[in-house]
Design a protein around this ligand. Structure first.
Ligand SMILES: [Mg+2]
Ligand SMILES: [Zn+2]
Length: 173
């Protein structure tokens, strides 16, 4: 089985001061590529799980979102950082099992890639990310303000990756 890190997108990988509706709107944090590369080197699968209810709301289309994600993957690739797969929830008001705090996106990827969720992490900047990770049975890391339900709370993705890399020995006990 594989181990994985599930990353929320907005506010974790890229700034989210305003909505990302097209590729030019996407601004990665300066540490993002290096942090993801560190996870690649530690043989974690790296996934993005992102709520994109703007699709159901009509702010942008699935085609627009795919363009944004192709741009994101290409930008990371230039810095030798690799994302294994991206799952998004296009719903906003629909009763679905994928929109965080539901765990559907994580569970789908875990099945597809044979992931051991106990040895895996969910990293997010909102409480709903942490709730999704907890439901899936992952360890959870909250960015920004603290959330008691998370296993760890840190400032940003760079700090989260440090915890993950240092947690390796615990994982293998
Ligand atoms: Mg977010
Ligand atoms: Zn959904």
């Amino acid at each position: 089985m594989n181990k994985a890190v599930f990353l929320d997108r907005d506010g974790v990988i890229n700034r989210y001061d305003s909505p990302v509706n097209k590729p030019e709107d996407l601004e990665l944090y300066p540490w993002t590529a290096k942090a993801i590369k560190s996870l690649n080197e530690k043989e974690y699968k790296v996934f993005i799980v992102t709520n994109q209810g703007g699709i159901e709301c009509g702010y942008f289309t699935e085609t627009d979102l795919n363009e944004i994600h192709q741009h994101l993957l290409a930008t990371l690739k230039k810095e030798a950082a690799h994302i294994d797969d991206i799952e998004y929830c296009p719903h906003f008001n629909s009763d679905c099992k994928c929109r965080k705090p539901e765990a559907g996106m994580i569970l789908k990827l875990a099945k597809k890639y044979d992931i051991n969720l106990e040895n895996s992490f969910m990293v997010g900047d909102r409480n709903s990310d942490i709730e999704a990770g907890n439901k899936a049975g992952c360890r959870t890391i909250k960015l920004g303000s603290k959330y008691p339900a998370a296993d760890y709370s840190v400032e940003n993705l760079e700090d989260a990756v440090e915890i993950i890399v240092n947690a390796q020995e615990l994982i293998y006990i």
